[in-house]
Design a protein around this ligand. Structure first.
Ligand code: IPD
Length: 294
């Protein structure tokens, strides 16, 4: 049996879910790829970044986003040649194994361009719409958060490693909530109106500029919750698994699972990720505010 056959066989044998040694191997690969891209992006950052607008003039891609995505694709194809790929910068390949890798080579590109530290590499692997393993790596914050479904979430930082768990917050009025804004002016207007409704009702709001990091911070209990409208799957696939494996809850505004739909490059509705004690309260607040501001 070739290496390709053996990987495809692993998946075929686990139609009810990817478990055990394969899941752990996928977790190791997600960390290896995320940290490899992180090194590439810090060591090879040029003095001048080429900047091109994508969906709007403020949505920028640099040559480093595209080069890092190609590197991710090569690294994954070497280890998992039958798996598919979906990257933020447009790389797509179909899957013969049932597994698809979802990569945001730089989540927080604006921060990367400005030299702010809050950007990260996000790598997840999905089977039947559900993330099985994922890693969010922030080179400048010296943080590698990762999770394998059913195996918990861990963070490595400053030479140590620790399990992640969400906060014990029970009261939305005392919750620190992260959020983010999309790139279209219309969406930003409605997101700004929604934040204005929420800010008097919670402890405070944070907007760091990288959804994957916001999610890791929910997983680590550094934020009590996070919500955002209009994310793409590459922004949240790894981070949402990390929140769930850290004991948190991640749903859509309608309380549906974020894993129930097919993974595509479409924009999502609103995603709510929070510690279990405030998830329902945050969902209600965001839902009511969205109705008032519609
Ligand atoms: C963006 C960041 C930001 C979020 C935006 C995302 P990008 O990702 O995660 O925090 O508010 O919605 O698009 O464009 O930097 O990869």
């Amino acid at each position: 049996m070739t290496d390709r056959d053996s990987h495809a066989g692993d998946v075929g044998d686990h139609r009810r879910g990817i478990e055990g040694s394969l899941a752990r191997e996928l977790g190791d690969i997600s960390v290896e790829v995320a940290e490899g891209l992180g090194r590439f992006l810090t060591e090879n950052r040029p003095a001048e970044l080429e900047q091109h607008a994508k969906s709007t003039p403020t949505d920028i891609v640099t040559q480093m986003d595209s080069l890092a995505e190609s590197l991710a694709r090569e690294m994954i194809a070497r280890r998992r040649p039958d798996d598919g790929f979906l990257g933020e910068e447009g790389s797509r390949s179909s899957s013969a194994s049932g597994l698809v890798w979802i990569v945001d080579p730089i989540d927080g590109t604006t921060n990367y361009i400005y030299g702010l530290p809050m950007w990260a590499v996000s790598v997840a692997v999905v089977h039947e719409g559900k993330a099985i393993a994922g890693c969010v790596h922030s080179p400048e914050l010296d943080m590698t958060a990762s999770a394998v479904r059913g195996g918990g979430a861990v963070v490595r930082s400053r030479g140590g490693s620790a399990p992640l768990s969400t906060s014990a917050c029970q009261d939305i009025g005392k919750a620190l909530i992260g959020t983010g804004f999309g790139y279209s002016p219309d969406r930003r207007t409605s997101q700004g109106q929604l934040v204005a409704e929420l800010v008097p009702l919670v402890r405070d709001i944070r907007r760091a500029g990288a959804a994957s990091l916001d999610l890791c911070w929910v997983g680590a209990g550094l934020l009590d919750g996070y919500y955002e409208e209009g994310l793409h799957v590459w922004d949240f696939a790894a981070g949402a698994l990390i929140v769930e494996e850290a004991g948190g809850t991640v749903t859509t505004l309608d309380d549906e699972s974020v894993w129930s739909a097919e993974m595509s490059s479409d924009e999502w509705g609103t995603i709510i990720a929070a510690a279990p004690g405030v998830h329902a309260q945050l969902r209600a607040l965001v839902g009511n505010a969205a109705t008032r501001t519609a």
